[in-house]
Design a protein around this ligand. Structure first.
Ligand code: 9UX
Length: 68
């Protein structure tokens, strides 16, 4: 298990936080998600063999946000 912090751009309300949380929780191998609007970041505990950092970022971008 690995904890990754992804910087997320474009979140403007708690709805965005919920949307991104849901998208990340659906990915295989993701065990915990904490998204902070204030910090503009997502903390994700994941198995990199199932969902790597690039997959996390791709999912965030597919949801319409910027990921770095
Ligand atoms: Mo808030 Mo975000 O009104 O995807 S839900 S802007």
């Amino acid at each position: 298990m690995q904890e990754t912090i992804v910087k997320v751009g474009g979140m403007s309300c708690q709805g965005c936080v919920k949307n991104i949380t849901g998208v990340l929780e659906k990915l295989p191998g993701v065990s915990a998600v904490a998204v902070s609007l204030e910090a503009g970041e997502a903390r994700v505990s994941h198995d990199p063999a199932q969902s790597d950092v690039a997959a996390l970022k791709a999912a965030i971008e597919d949801a319409g946000f910027d990921a770095a």
